[in-house]
Ligand binder design. Structure first.
Ligand code: SAH
Length: 273
């Protein structure tokens, strides 16, 4: 059996309990060495065989898994963050299927969640943004034309950019061309949750300059949108005293239960908040 495991954003204890258990049991570990914190390997058994996939091809990774499978060994393929985001796991799963090798996926905390925690922000604030767009600048991997930075910028929603910190002049130009004001709040989060993490608050316009000053070219996320430095937002309905939900009856300012017609209450409690 092969387990694809999300290592989390960096800190050793930000892997899931299930992920850590799997690492402890693994006979073979193939980890994405360019981004996974090596401290995660401290979970491994003393005699586990450990491979760094940074210098391996897909074929070589699959050969290691296949060999392990033949001798009944368990493999963990350790990917940074959550494996479903820019993890290149589909190609591995297909190869395993062709070889009739069973696999399972164990999710992880994506770096974009780690970055929000480090920066102390909420991506979805009422009246500011209720959507998070996860995307990247085109690099050697093409991005479909219909997913241009400009087209996403037009929404002025919260945007998280992976794999783009080496192209910030161009990114800023395209964000502004698409509709973000140049002074829209932005942040650069380098190695979120690692010991040498850096967090930089700036604006769309100053992204490239700030990254240059801090010497950041990779292993960073770019966060864009008013949620990054929101001063004004509306409090949630969910925790508002007046608001009736499936679990709580709303009360008015005098502390009296709000009387609602039965059908009205039903409608409100069903509403997704
Ligand atoms: N599956 C991963 C993303 C892999 S793509 C996840 O869910 O996080 C690699 C890119 O992720 C990097 O170029 C960088 O943009 C981002 N990244 C990964 N770990 C990071 C971290 N700890 N801090 C900031 N960015 C990170």
């Amino acid at each position: 059996m092969v387990h694809f495991v999300g290592a989390g954003p960096g800190a050793k204890d930000l892997i899931s309990v299930r992920g850590a258990n799997l690492l402890q049991q693994a006979d073979v570990i193939v980890y994405a060495g360019s981004l996974v914190n090596p401290q995660l390997l401290e979970y491994a058994k003393k005699d586990a065989l450990i491979y760094n996939s940074a210098s391996m091809t897909l074929e070589e990774v699959i050969a290691v898994m296949e060999e392990a499978e033949q001798r009944g060994a368990m493999t963990v393929r350790l990917h940074t963050g959550d494996p479903s985001i820019y993890g290149a796991i589909k190609e591995q799963m297909e190869e395993l299927e062709q070889r009739h090798i069973a696999y399972e996926l164990c999710p992880g905390i994506s770096s974009f969640c780690g970055a929000a925690a480090s920066l102390g922000i909420e991506y979805t604030l009422p009246d500011v943004s209720q959507s998070v767009i996860i995307t990247r600048m085109e690099g050697r991997t093409a991005v479909p034309k219909s997913e241009s930075i400009e087209s996403f910028a037009a929404h002025q929603a919260t945007m998280v950019l992976f794999l783009s910190s080496g192209m910030l002049e161009e990114l800023a130009k395209r964000l502004i061309a698409g509709g973000y004001a140049p002074d829209t709040p932005a942040a650069i989060c380098y190695k979120a949750t690692w010991p040498d993490e850096k967090k930089i608050l700036c604006t769309v316009q100053t992204l490239a300059e700030r990254a240059r000053e801090e010497g950041i070219q990779k292993t960073a996320l770019i966060l864009v949108g008013n949620v990054v430095a929101a001063k004004e937002f509306r409090r949630s309905d969910l925790y508002h005293p007046d608001f009736t939900t499936e679990f709580r009856v709303g009360r008015n300012e005098q502390g009296k239960e709000k009387i609602e017609k039965a059908d009205e209450r039903k409608r409100r409690t069903r509403k997704e908040i």
